[in-house]
Write a protein that binds this ligand. Structure first.
Ligand SMILES: *[C@@H]1O[C@H](CO)[C@@H](O)[C@H](O)[C@H]1NC(C)=O
Ligand SMILES: *[C@@H]1O[C@H](CO)[C@@H](O)[C@H](O)[C@H]1NC(C)=O
Ligand SMILES: *[C@@H]1O[C@H](CO)[C@@H](O)[C@H](O)[C@H]1NC(C)=O
Ligand SMILES: *[C@@H]1O[C@H](CO)[C@@H](O)[C@H](O)[C@H]1NC(C)=O
Ligand SMILES: *[C@@H]1O[C@H](CO)[C@@H](O)[C@H](O)[C@H]1NC(C)=O
Ligand SMILES: *[C@@H]1O[C@H](CO)[C@@H](O)[C@H](O)[C@H]1NC(C)=O
Ligand SMILES: *[C@@H]1O[C@H](CO)[C@@H](O)[C@H](O)[C@H]1NC(C)=O
Ligand SMILES: *[C@@H]1O[C@H](CO)[C@@H](O)[C@H](O)[C@H]1NC(C)=O
Length: 409
């Protein structure tokens, strides 16, 4: 706690030069506690160790500590959490927030449509997750940037900035680790919302504050780099565009703007995140098997998604074999980043395939082979030792060995 408060609150400490250092330190600690408290609805409780709160053991809490510094991040197998902020979005949470959502009632669909996780971000970190998919927009009164999934407001209390502070604090006490944070501007939140100048300015302020400069890797952007230079830091993936290109160019991290990200592409796509170096990410984000029509079975949906996942993982595994120059981060597949989303839904289908149904199936009658997660675990058992890249999961804790299978221990 002290490390973060000393750095983050350097500004406050300067203003309080007249009071003793000890008092400033004390106030810093209290201020940090207040921010962490504010972050809990999205980040989760800081004080509770995972081994006490769930069945997931914590053998991967510092799994990056044994990996050499010079390892390119593109070559790591990294488990990720899709829509990580939705973990407490139950019917009760939806009801509790209904007064604020769209300012005029409930989100339009049942909570299951939006919920893709059960365990908090803090629990995910403890379990070894190092990539987080996060979606932000203004709160219902356009005051602070908060987290949403589509029309589902996930909390009014925990702001984007609060949650970032919680990540910084976690990294401060886990400085062998790095976390990749994907920030996406979420459209369709409420009537008339857009990523307007005020929202952009607030986001830039959050991503360039003193705290951000201390904890988000700053090196000009457009370069994924190595684990060594990323330890104890956030690596930012920017799934948003700013109107001011000069400001955009000065932000840290990789720019993966929405125009570069085709919607629901079954075969995956290549995204060049730096046109100077041609550094490329290969991405599979086939989130809805819409081409099955709306009267398909759950098993058919799971199979369609799994086909896309398997093909993309094989592509990543094959890229290792052809990669020749580990130092160049250019367009060579061998040195590129692979991101495979194992998460999907088909809510419009009859019966609806909610994210949870897709990931975990719906019992042995409906899905004898399980959902995507169970079948993915079987695929990963056969691929141990292969390069996978980032594998983004829904309900990552099920089956229990899934995260470990991605890391490839
Ligand atoms: C689990 O909780 C118990 C009781 O609250 C506590 O004594 C113990 O230290 C905790 N264990 C861990 C690993 O946090
Ligand atoms: C999770 O949601 C429930 C129901 O809305 C709420 O009572 C609880 O405080 C939430 N948990 C956290 C950590 O915010
Ligand atoms: C692309 O990478 C080069 C070399 O690392 C860097 O100088 C440049 O700023 C990057 N461009 C963008 C748009 O990030
Ligand atoms: C990047 O790709 C373009 C188009 O394929 C090519 O013209 C250019 O030479 C490449 N640049 C680098 C640095 O590889
Ligand atoms: C499935 O339902 C969705 C939502 O109602 C609709 O947009 C889509 O066109 C339907 N697909 C087919 C093939 O009918
Ligand atoms: C598909 O499902 C819809 C909604 O349940 C139903 O109205 C329709 O008749 C079904 N179509 C077919 C071809 O089964
Ligand atoms: C990966 O390589 C194997 C063996 O060379 C090949 O059979 C397979 O088609 C490749 N898969 C992809 C997706 O490129
Ligand atoms: C799971 O299957 C049962 C029995 O077929 C069905 O009644 C239920 O609606 C299904 N639940 C989901 C979420 O698909």
């Amino acid at each position: 706690m002290r490390g973060l408060s000393a750095r983050v609150l350097a500004g406050c400490a300067a203003a309080a030069a007249a009071i003793s250092d000890a008092r400033a330190d004390l106030l810093g600690d209290f201020a940090l506690q207040k921010v962490l408290q504010a972050s809990t609805q999205i980040f989760g409780e800081f004080s509770i160790a995972i081994s006490n709160t769930s069945a997931v053991a914590a053998p991967y809490e510092t799994w990056m500590s044994t990996i050499p510094d010079d390892t390119p991040l593109a070559r790591l197998n990294i488990p990720g959490a899709h829509d990580a902020a939705t973990w407490n979005y139950t019917a009760a949470t939806q009801a509790a927030l209904s007064y604020a959502t769209r300012c005029d009632g409930d989100a339009p669909y049942p909570a299951q449509v939006y919920r893709t996780q059960r365990l908090s971000i803090h629990s995910a970190l403890s379990a070894g997750i190092r990539f987080f998919d996060l979606r932000f927009a203004f709160d219902p009164v356009d005051d602070a940037l908060v987290f949403w999934h589509g029309a589902a407001l996930l909390s009014v209390r925990s702001s984007v900035e609060d949650v970032l502070f919680a990540f910084y604090e976690w990294l401060g006490s886990h400085n062998s680790e790095t976390v990749l944070l994907s920030f996406q501007y979420e459209g369709g939140t409420k009537e008339g919302a857009s990523f307007d100048a005020r929202a952009q300015a607030q986001l830039v302020q959050i991503l360039t504050s003193g705290a951000a400069r201390a904890y988000i890797r700053q090196d000009g952007g457009g370069r994924l780099g190595t684990l060594g230079e990323s330890r104890g830091k956030v690596v930012l993936l920017r799934r948003f565009d700013l109107d001011d290109e000069d400001v955009q160019a000065r932000l840290p991290g990789l720019h993966m703007g929405p125009s570069l990200w085709p919607d629901n592409d079954k075969d995956g796509f290549a995204l060049v995140y730096n046109e100077t170096t041609n550094a490329t990410a290969y991405i599979e984000d086939y989130y809805e098997p819409a081409d099955l029509g709306n009267n398909s079975t759950v098993s058919e949906n799971v199979a369609a998604k799994l086909d896309a996942v398997r093909a993309h993982l094989e592509k990543a595994a094959n890229a290792t074999a052809t990669g020749d120059d580990a130092d160049a981060e250019g367009g060579e597949e061998g040195d590129s980043l692979f991101i495979t989303f194992a998460s999907a839904e088909h809510n419009a289908n009859t019966p609806p395939v909610f994210p949870e149904t897709m990931a975990l199936g719906n019992g042995t009658e409906v899905t004898p082979d399980g959902g995507v997660n169970q079948q993915l675990a079987a695929i990963l058992r056969d691929m141990q030792g292969s390069r996978l890249g980032i594998v983004v999961l829904d309900f990552f804790e099920e089956p229990e060995d899934l995260v470990g299978l991605v890391i490839g221990s």
